[in-house]
Write a protein that binds this ligand. Structure first.
Ligand code: FAD
Length: 330
């Protein structure tokens, strides 16, 4: 890791509806870990129309924060973010730039790396140190293995997996940082933002259910959702949810999607049926009290999280379970 020339780790804050998204505090925790290990300073950048207040919240926990604001940054645009960051970052002499591994971060980070002539590593879940080098881990083969990378580039752009770093580590720091406010105006490019439309609200039933029965791609076809619904009907306070492929396929409404781009749920019982356990999904359900997972694949990553692991074909197991324990069996 070449750290002699570059001097800082820069966290690019993510905002939702004008406020710091929870993942920003996780980025700060990751950034602090890297900064301490590599002897770099910790900085943060906050982009938006009027973000002084949110930037001050980051400065209050010890980061040197630069707020880049202007009317053209009122709404997220990958083009604007890339351009503004590419212009502003060199003055901070970064060795590492950290963005969230979210729809937004994945949108601007690779292009930003290209603009800066930097290396780009996406989906980082862990940072360790070995023989003086920083090693970055991310899941491989559907979460069944961890791949480790070291960067030899003077500047590396990382996207950091939501849920992988404990946000408390950042919030625990109390030394005051600093805040600089700059005006930023991206040049007009070929992309125009037409505005944002709010997605359907998360189903209240899903948020409040004590039992969530979730269908993954392993259900195979929409007709098999009847099995998932029958399983949910065994419990008095239950809701049906799905992984993203199931919602992308239109088998369930997006308001039922669990994960980083869907709902976060914390029921007493989570039944994952035909779900492999990708981090993007588990980030939305890992707070469940008790997890039962059914998958054909004994190596499925969901089994690392589950309390009960059933290596079964759900199309055989669920009917057998219902016949034995379902309402009709009583
Ligand atoms: P798969 O990974 O295909 O797993 C299917 C599982 O079912 C496998 O384990 C298989 O062995 C098993 N199976 C197959 N047949 C059967 C059977 N008959 N009986 C039992 N088991 C069977 N995903 C989300 O869920 N939520 C999100 O919010 C989300 N956000 C994302 C955001 C971004 C930016 C990106 C890049 C991805 C996101 N994803 C999200 C997608 C995520 O990476 C995974 O692709 C997705 O979670 C996989 O869904 P799955 O587990 O249903 O499917």
């Amino acid at each position: 890791m070449s750290t002699e020339l570059a001097r800082s780790v820069v966290v690019v804050a993510e905002l939702r509806q004008g406020q710091l998204a929870p993942v920003t505090w996780e980025l700060l925790a990751c950034g602090r870990q890297i900064a301490q290990a590599a002897g770099l300073s910790l900085r943060a950048m906050v982009l938006g129309e009027a973000v002084r207040e949110e930037a001050a919240r980051l400065a209050a926990v010890g980061a040197a924060v630069c707020a880049l604001q202007g009317p053209d940054l009122a709404q997220y645009s990958g083009q604007a973010w890339r351009e503004v960051l590419a212009a502003a970052l060199p003055s901070l002499q970064p060795a590492m730039v950290l963005a969230a591994h979210t729809t937004q971060g994945l949108d601007f980070a690779p292009g930003l790396a290209l603009r800066l002539g930097a290396a780009c590593l996406s989906g980082v879940e862990r940072v360790t140190q070995e023989a003086g080098r920083l090693l970055f881990s991310r899941p491989a083969w559907h979460g069944k293995a961890q791949a480790q990378y070291a960067s030899t580039a003077p500047l590396t752009v990382l996207t950091v997996q939501p849920g992988a770093f404990a946000a408390q580590a950042a919030a625990a720091e109390r030394a005051a940082g600093s805040l600089e406010v700059r005006t930023a105006a991206p040049a007009a490019g070929p992309v125009r933002s037409l505005g944002l439309r709010r997605a359907a609200e998360q189903s209240a039933e899903l948020a409040q259910a004590q039992v969530v029965v979730a269908a993954g791609r392993g259900v195979g076809k929409p007709e098999n959702l009847a099995l998932i619904r029958s399983l949910a009907a065994c419990f008095s306070s239950a809701a049906v949810a799905g992984s993203r492929p199931v919602c992308d396929a239109g088998w369930l409404d997006y308001s039922r999607q669990v994960g980083i781009t869907g709902a976060t749920v914390a029921p007493r019982l989570y039944l994952a049926c035909g779900i492999s356990g990708a981090r993007q999904h588990t980030a939305g359900m890992q707070g469940a009290g008790f997890i039962v997972a059914i998958s054909l694949d004994p190596q499925a990553a969901i089994f690392n999280l589950a309390d009960v692991c059933l290596v079964e074909d759900l199309t055989l197991f669920i009917p057998a379970f219902l016949a034995e324990c379902g309402p009709a069996a009583a």
